[in-house]
Design a protein around this ligand. Structure first.
Ligand SMILES: [Fe+2]
Length: 468
């Protein structure tokens, strides 16, 4: 290990070892040629030295860091130390809460280090402003190149050869019962969660791991197009909701993409993008992204940087199609340039991101947060429509989502014109106001009654109102 004074660094120097901060954060890889910008960023940091080492363990051996017993760290506990993993990635900033996903990442990479020196302050605000996440690599250049070089329109399936030509789905199809549905959903969400833990721990993940989840969803979408959205609606998780959210948004985005007649490759890509778009949120403390607390400008900046952080973390997923990276980066852009991170306008946003924006916003509204209840799907859909009227969202994407999930989206509670209360369980793309509903019987052990309101036999019954 070598200790180097920042004042001695010169542009053009090529690193023979990776560069680390005194707190064990990996700043640059070996082989990188230093630029003026790197050196300027280092000079702004709250330190005068950096370290050239093979891994944080060498800093530990030199007495700079100390190994932390990960079993002493508990979710919900506030960390006094800046915690980094064995690959030099910052997991928790000093003063921030240790979250469940940190514990899961620490279980993958069992080496956890903390600074072996005081940061010199007990003041939380000053600690948070300490440049723990010194950024010397900037994936934004790569994204700008993607924006310049990739076609922004999603590919449509050929008119006569749709790869997922759907047979008319019968309501009597063997759709899983409630328990089967929960098991399917939870199994896949756990798979997403395990992948997040590996990525956060600094491990590489083959794209096939995520691709397998998307492929299974594609199979279900092909077989049960009208009920498919049930997989993505009505999540009630409050803590560590990121994997749940990603899965639900993937379901909705894929269903809407199918309605827009995108080809299979594009539907697959939007599913992959939905599963990975918020990876960067793992680096944002939950108190910031979960809402309900007042945010300062630094907190807001961290939220606005999460698409870029997601792109950076996606470098560990081998090998992500370029259009997926671009969609991840742009998923918070809005049609009227009111989004972030680049305030791109309609014509500069790829179709995948424009669709993700709708699915992501709708999913977030139907999820419960610590400071608010989940919105009913119908109310969320109305809010998205209001957003489209203001020019924020892509109207064809909303139309496709309504066709896929219904005007009274799957998961809604409704009152029928005959006075009965019912739950919407499937959509009808041709008659968006006539979904399939489920009515519970008085005997709680009896199978509920399913009514397809688009069936001529039930023409006298309609949805009278959405229930709260
Ligand atoms: Fe996001």
């Amino acid at each position: 290990m070598k200790q180097v004074r920042i004042a001695e660094l010169q542009p053009g120097m090529v690193l023979d070892l990776p560069m680390y901060s005194p707190w064990g954060q990996k700043l640059l890889d070996a082989g990188v040629k230093l630029t003026q910008s790197h050196i300027a960023t280092l000079r702004r940091a709250n330190t005068s030295e950096i370290f050239m080492a093979r891994c944080p363990q060498e800093l530990e051996e030199a007495g700079m860091l100390r190994r932390v017993d990960r079993r002493s760290l508990k979710a919900g506990q506030r960390s006094d130390l800046r915690l980094v993993n064995g690959t030099g990635q910052v997991l928790v900033e000093p003063g921030e809460e240790i979250e469940e996903h940190h514990i899961e990442a620490m279980a993958v990479d069992q080496r956890v280090y903390g600074e072996d020196r005081a940061t010199g302050t007990d003041d939380l605000t000053r600690r948070r402003n300490y440049p723990g996440r010194l950024k010397l690599t900037n994936p934004r250049d790569m994204v700008v190149e993607l924006e310049r070089s990739l076609p922004l329109s999603a590919r449509r399936a050929p008119a006569h050869a749709h790869p997922m030509e759907m047979r008319k789905e019968s309501i009597a199809s063997p759709w899983p019962d409630r328990q089967g549905l929960v098991a399917f959903r939870q199994g896949h969400i756990w798979a997403v969660r395990r992948l997040y833990a590996r990525i956060e721990a600094g491990r590489c993940v083959p794209i096939e791991c995520l691709g397998a989840i998307v492929d299974e969803l594609l199979d279900v979408l092909g077989e049960f197009p009208r009920r498919f959205c049930q997989l993505g609606i009505r999540f009630r998780h409050e803590h560590d909701h990121l994997p749940d959210h990603a899965f639900a948004a993937a379901v909705l985005a894929m269903a809407a993409a199918r309605q827009m007649n995108w080809d299979e490759q594009s539907i697959r890509a939007v599913g992959l993008a939905a599963l990975t778009m918020d990876l960067g949120m793992l680096r944002v403390p939950r108190r910031i992204h979960h809402g309900g607390t007042e945010l300062d400008t630094m907190d807001i900046r961290r939220i606005h940087e999460h698409p870029l952080e997601s792109i950076e973390m996606l470098q560990q997923v081998l090998t992500v199609p370029p259009i997926v990276k671009l969609a991840v980066y742009q998923h918070h852009e809005r049609e009227d340039a009111s989004g972030y991170p680049m305030k791109r306008h309609t014509e500069s946003i790829c179709d995948l991101a424009r669709l993700l924006a709708v699915a992501d916003a709708f999913t977030a509204m139907t999820e419960r947060r610590s400071h608010r209840e989940a919105r009913q799907p119908y109310a969320a859909m109305r809010e998205i429509l209001d957003g489209a009227t203001r020019g924020e969202y892509w109207k064809p994407a909303i139309k496709a989502m309504i066709q896929a999930a219904g005007l009274f989206p799957v998961g809604s509670r409704v009152r029928l014109s005959d006075g009965r209360a019912a739950s919407v369980v499937a959509a009808n793309a041709q008659r968006i106001d006539k979904p399939v509903v489920e009515i519970k019987r008085e005997d709680p052990d009896a199978e509920p009654v399913l009514i397809d309101l688009s069936d001529p036999d039930h023409h006298q019954v309609s949805v009278a109102e959405a229930l709260n």
